[in-house]
Design a protein around this ligand. Structure first.
Ligand code: SIN
Length: 161
């Protein structure tokens, strides 16, 4: 389903785009729905879209080999994407490869914005590129901080008096 420019403008990451840029981007943006339990992006794959979750929830995880059993893998979960959040930030960060996987935990509605078109627009507008990259940095840092909090909670230090 096509995405209205006004809907994109609503999100901080796209709020700096002018009307023409929004129109260009909205033409290559797609709204998709997913059922519960679907993997919608996979670690190690090219990051081809910057996405926004409209409805639902997405569980973030890495897949690692089980020690001494390289034929087995396990999933390490480290966070959840909630409505209004941007994901696929690697679409704007070199080497443009997804750093984790995401699985829907319930029915989801998502906007995918084509990364190539977004790059084209940013290359032509340095001020816009600076603003968008600032937003990406904010999102990535916020996600890192959330993971840190989880990690700290899982490794509570022994209290010393
Ligand atoms: C990625 O873009 O590398 C994974 C998903 C995200 O953190 O936004």
């Amino acid at each position: 389903m096509m995405v209205r420019p006004a809907l994109l403008k609503h999100y901080p990451i796209f709020s700096l785009l002018n009307a023409k840029q929004l129109k260009t981007l909205s033409k290559v943006a797609k709204e998709e729905t997913y059922g519960a339990g679907e993997i919608i992006f996979k670690e190690g794959q090219p990051a081809e879209a910057l996405s926004i979750l409209l409805k639902g929830a997405i569980d973030l995880f890495f897949t690692v080999e089980v020690e001494y059993h390289p034929e087995l893998t396990k999933e390490l979960h480290f966070g959840t994407i909630i409505p209004g959040e941007v994901f696929g930030v690697s679409a704007l960060i070199e080497p443009y490869i997804l750093t984790s996987s995401g699985r829907t935990t319930r029915a989801c509605q998502v906007i995918h914005v084509d990364a190539l078109k977004l790059h084209e627009i940013l290359l032509e507008d340095q001020d816009l590129a600076y603003g968008v990259i600032q937003e990406i940095a904010k999102i990535a840092l916020e996600r890192l901080n959330r993971t840190r909090v989880q990690l700290a909670a899982a490794n509570l230090p022994t209290l010393v008096s």
